[in-house]
Design a protein around this ligand. Structure first.
Ligand SMILES: [Zn+2]
Length: 324
């Protein structure tokens, strides 16, 4: 009899523990069923080009080379002449998924996906992609689908390389980024002769999103001080320069495109991320184009002087930090 009671109590305790995971582990901070609001102010931009260089550390982009030049001369020029720059501070866990959700949906997806698995969206959420008229995205099959899945209607178009073919970049991960830039180039080429695509692109409230996984992959394989990681930054910089001139040509230099370049998380010196070391939580932010002020020179002390400005040789340019 004692034995049966013991087993019964044991069973009940296990059932309670099992059920409790689903019941108390996570409560979503999101509120559903609200009426969408719009601002009466006219937007300064008709479209946004968002570039996320996955796994790019702030210092890897901002620190000049020993000879004083930059490994990302295009973005450096934007920061010095016609854009705004700062550090985007990420939260722990410094992983790709929560980073992109913070950037694109605007909240920290602090969830445990015990019931659905990580491939699914643990909670339904709204995003800037869903609120756009059209969003075209290119990049990794690990990142893009969650934003298409969360979108109502058919206006978020994803272009990913098949997950199995991520191997095509196994010898040189920067090819993941070349793939994206090439796809975007042929997309704009085809838009010249495809009148319905062209008409969609000429509408307002559009987004183009480029997810570049090469730097992250090179960082994991070779560490952030490696030639592979650093050269990949140069490749991305050239790709962004070409992208901007292509976009500006397509829209006839109408001055209505806003550009944001950032990263989802950084990386430690030994090629990992997930925790809260500054090498993981400090990511670069560079914004320019429609609605963004030109670079502001500062003479007084910077509001965000954490000791990095001297290393980055950026004391003279106003720094605007954000929480990712
Ligand atoms: Zn990432």
């Amino acid at each position: 009899m004692k034995m049966i009671t013991f087993l019964l109590v044991g069973l009940i305790v296990h059932v309670i523990f099992f059920v409790s995971i689903f019941d108390i582990y996570f409560t979503s901070p999101l509120v559903h069923g609200m009426t969408p609001q719009t601002t009466p102010l006219a937007p300064p931009a008709s479209r946004l080009v968002l570039v996320v260089a996955d796994g790019l550390r702030a210092d890897s982009l901002f620190t000049p080379l020993p000879d004083g030049s930059s490994r990302a001369p295009y973005l450096r020029n934007v920061m010095e002449e016609r854009g705004a720059w700062g550090v985007s501070h990420t939260r722990v866990p410094t992983e790709s998924r929560p980073g992109h959700v913070a950037l694109i949906a605007g909240f920290y997806e602090d969830v445990s996906a015990v019931a659905k698995g990580w491939k699914e969206n643990p909670v339904e959420f709204d995003s800037v992609f869903n609120e756009s008229r059209h969003t075209w995205c290119w990049g990794s099959p690990d990142i893009l689908p969650m934003f298409a899945k969360g979108a109502s209607g058919d206006h978020v178009y994803t272009h990913t390389y098949p997950a199995a073919e991520e191997d095509f970049a196994s010898t040189d991960a920067s090819r993941l980024d070349s793939w994206v830039f090439t796809q975007v180039k042929s997309f704009f080429q085809s838009a010249k002769s495809n009148s319905s695509l062209r008409a969609s692109l000429l509408e307002d409230q559009n987004i183009l999103f480029l997810h570049l996984l090469g730097i992250d992959t090179n960082g994991h394989a070779h560490r952030p001080m490696s030639k592979e990681y650093l050269d990949n930054i140069g490749l991305v910089d050239t790709g962004v320069a070409d992208l901007v001139s292509m976009v500006e040509d397509f829209f006839d230099h109408d001055g209505r495109t806003a550009y944001v370049f950032t990263s989802d998380h950084g990386m430690t010196n030994w090629g990992s991320h997930g925790a809260g070391h500054p090498s993981e939580t400090l990511t670069p932010l560079v914004a320019w184009g429609a609605g963004v002020k030109n670079a502001q020179k500062v003479t007084a002390a910077q509001p965000y002087n954490d000791g990095f400005l001297q290393d980055w040789k950026l004391q003279h340019l106003q720094r605007v930090d954000v929480n990712q």
